[in-house]
Design a binder for this molecule. Structure first.
Ligand code: 3MF
Ligand code: MG
Length: 347
């Protein structure tokens, strides 16, 4: 697999990444922008792809005919701006019917609603011209473990995947795993758990993963190693790059801002494995600080993209023979210093 080049990298973000600054302890602090303004903002920042939740495109209340109309209009808007949809993710965590989970709820009517939401996401993706459905199973866990049967929950997650795969023979499903938040404990908390489920679905070739840096860190794992493992399976079909300062709530910090070395290792594994050469996108999932003023509330996106490109440039120009010589000599202290100097720009 040849290394990626800078031209292989195309960037995406979701409309939720340009946001009003509300958090669990305080209301909005910035005005919202309408979707067309967000789209233009992303375009100006050099992003070519947009990530969507189903209801970023079509409200859940819309009829099937309305869905076709509204999603068709969105497609026209994207086309007119030269933008492409990367994926559609069913937002199965806000509706009152999904408080016990949309997939692992103890109520079969609520599980049926979850599958309906998934199928609508497929319909929307088809109209937008993308074949990727991202599943972030937000409420598929428990506050207390006695509340659900974990064996049954594993099968319900597989049933959900199968329902979407059978609904559309072309759609691909990407699991985006996270160990906690909003639930205390999630089912399938890591990429590895989901990868094991992939092979029990009706069509493993159409099921893969999207890895978010912060989610791996919250599981106490190294995101670069998580990406490497998914790459080895041929299943790393998306990333949500961001950063995270320790084990706390999901911070969605700008990429590389908490730990530049950890970010470099993510970029390096992507570059060395030709990520982007088969249409994989560099997705960001980052939040602006609540303190940021309205007209500067896009800097987290720009900073993340700039850091990614600078680290990709480093991964492409770093002296690999010196790196290898240090490995061969088993001089890992020397390698430590070599990497640090590169990251400090003092090589
Ligand atoms: C939560 C997330 C989600 C997903 C999004 C698309 C709201 O921690 O990362 O963002 O990325 O739903 O799958
Ligand atoms: Mg994410």
């Amino acid at each position: 697999m040849p290394f990626s080049t800078l031209e292989d990298f195309h960037f995406s973000a979701g409309p939720w990444n340009i946001h009003t600054g509300a958090d669990p302890f305080g209301p909005e602090v910035r005005d919202d922008r309408d979707f067309a303004a967000k789209l233009k903002m992303l375009k100006d920042l050099g992003f070519d792809y947009v990530q969507f939740h189903d209801d970023d495109v079509v409200p859940d209340s819309a009829s099937q005919a309305e869905l076709e109309q509204i999603a068709g209009d969105m497609r026209k808007l994207l086309d007119s701006e030269g933008m492409t949809a990367e994926f559609v993710a069913p937002r199965i965590w806000e509706d009152p019917r999904t408080i016990d989970g949309a997939i692992t709820s103890n109520d079969p009517a609520e599980r049926a609603y979850g599958i309906r939401r998934g199928k609508r996401s497929v319909d929307i993706a088809n109209i937008l011209g993308c074949d990727r459905i991202v599943l972030w199973p937000a409420r598929e866990g428990t506050y207390i473990r006695e509340a659900k049967d974990a064996v049954a929950a594993s099968q319900q997650l597989c049933d959900f995947a199968n329902a979407l795969l059978e609904y559309d023979p072309k759609i691909r499903l990407l699991g985006e795993m996270k160990p906690n938040e909003p639930m205390d404990l999630m089912y399938l908390p890591t990429t590895g758990h989901f990868l094991a489920l992939v092979y029990k679905t009706v069509d493993p070739d159409r099921v893969g993963v999207l890895i978010e840096s912060a989610h791996a860190i919250l599981a106490g794992l190294d995101p670069a190693d998580e990406m490497a493992y998914a790459l080895w399976h041929g299943k790393l079909w998306g990333v949500h790059l961001n950063d995270q300062n320790g084990l706390k709530f999901d911070q969605d910090k700008a990429f590389g801002t908490a730990n530049l070395r950890r970010a470099f290792n993510q970029v390096d594994v992507l570059v060395r494995n030709g990520y982007g050469q088969n249409g994989e996108i560099i997705g960001l999932d980052v939040k602006a600080m609540r303190t940021q003023k309205f007209d500067r509330a896009h800097m987290h996106l720009k900073n993340s993209k700039d850091v990614f490109l600078a680290l990709a440039d480093l991964a492409l120009s770093i002296d690999r023979s010196e790196w290898q010589a240090l490995r061969d000599a088993r001089d890992y202290e020397g390698l430590d210093a070599f990497i640090m100097k590169q990251l400090m720009g003092r090589a």
